[in-house]
Design a protein around this ligand. Structure first.
Ligand code: NDP
Length: 237
């Protein structure tokens, strides 16, 4: 009998999502991940790539329905897909606002709505949503991103209260400054300046975020719900 736990991860093609998948595969999960491109680093018989634009509501709903039918049980949902479209508010285009809210926040609503139905029926499950220190502290030039990431925190706390009676836990990981393609385009000077604001004095690694996700997903965190766990080297203290 296949006793593997089933996980659904959004945006697993690279960066933090890729590290989360690696961690979950190591913990013997069967993993389905949604992203527009395939993860070329990871090849595993327990890993399934489902091409999907998470900003496309109909595509997301159709895709989730198919995965839920195939997997029949979902033990873990990790909402990791995210983008930035930075700019000062006075010059921010409508598309920059709409795209960031669609990818970073509305996708979380869509996946959680679909998956909470099955988790409530199972009377078990864990959801981990990836926010950001920017959702806690704010950051000039990122009003759209900060709104989406703060939105994830409020949404997750409300959902944690809704689903607690069904033994479904909902938590948030708030990474700080992590070395991925999202941050590699920053100028060296900007990176050095940010590092001065991090008590631990360095960027984080995607694997360090993945460990926190795996913890919140695990039975070790069985009494933790509605929490926001910063993985940020102390940046948001
Ligand atoms: P990357 O840019 O490296 O990866 C982003 C992931 O999101 C990719 O797998 C990408 O897949 C997916 N994605 C983006 N747009 C879509 C879309 N329309 N449909 C489906 N998937 C999409 O970013 P990180 O790994 O750095 O970030 C992961 C998460 O962590 C994000 O939510 C980010 O906001 C958050 N975070 C990152 C921090 C950092 O310092 N790096 C700090 C704090 C939070 P594809 O392009 O193949 O579709």
């Amino acid at each position: 009998m296949n006793t593997k736990k089933h996980a659904l991860v959004t945006g697993g093609s690279r960066g933090i999502g890729s590290a989360i998948i690696r961690e979950l595969l190591g913990l013997h999960y069967e993993v389905w991940y949604l992203s527009r491109t395939k993860n070329e680093e990871l090849d595993n018989e327990s890993l399934h790539h489902i091409p999907c634009d998470i900003a496309d509501r109909e595509e997301v709903e159709r895709t989730l329905k198919a995965i839920i039918e195939e997997a029949s049980e979902i033990d873990l949902l990790v909402n990791n897909a995210g983008i930035t479209r930075d700019g000062l508010i006075m010059r921010m285009k409508d598309e920059a606002w709409d795209d960031v809210l669609a990818v970073n926040l509305s996708s979380v609503f869509l996946t959680c709505r679909a998956v909470s139905r099955i988790m409530a029926r199972q009377r078990s499950g864990a959801i981990v949503n990836i926010s950001s220190v920017v959702g806690i502290m704010g950051n000039g030039g990122q009003t759209n991103y900060a709104a989406s990431k703060a939105g994830i925190i409020g949404f997750s706390k409300a959902l944690a209260r809704e689903l607690a009676a069904r033994n479904v836990r909902v938590n948030v990981v708030a990474p700080g400054f992590i070395d991925t393609s999202m941050t590699e385009t920053l100028a060296e000077e900007a990176k050095e300046l940010i590092k001065t604001q991090i008590p631990l004095g360095r960027m984080g690694m995607a694997s360090e975020v993945a460990k926190a996700v795996a913890f919140l997903a695990s039975e070790d965190a069985s009494y933790i719900t509605g929490a926001v766990l910063p993985v940020d080297g102390g940046m948001a203290i």
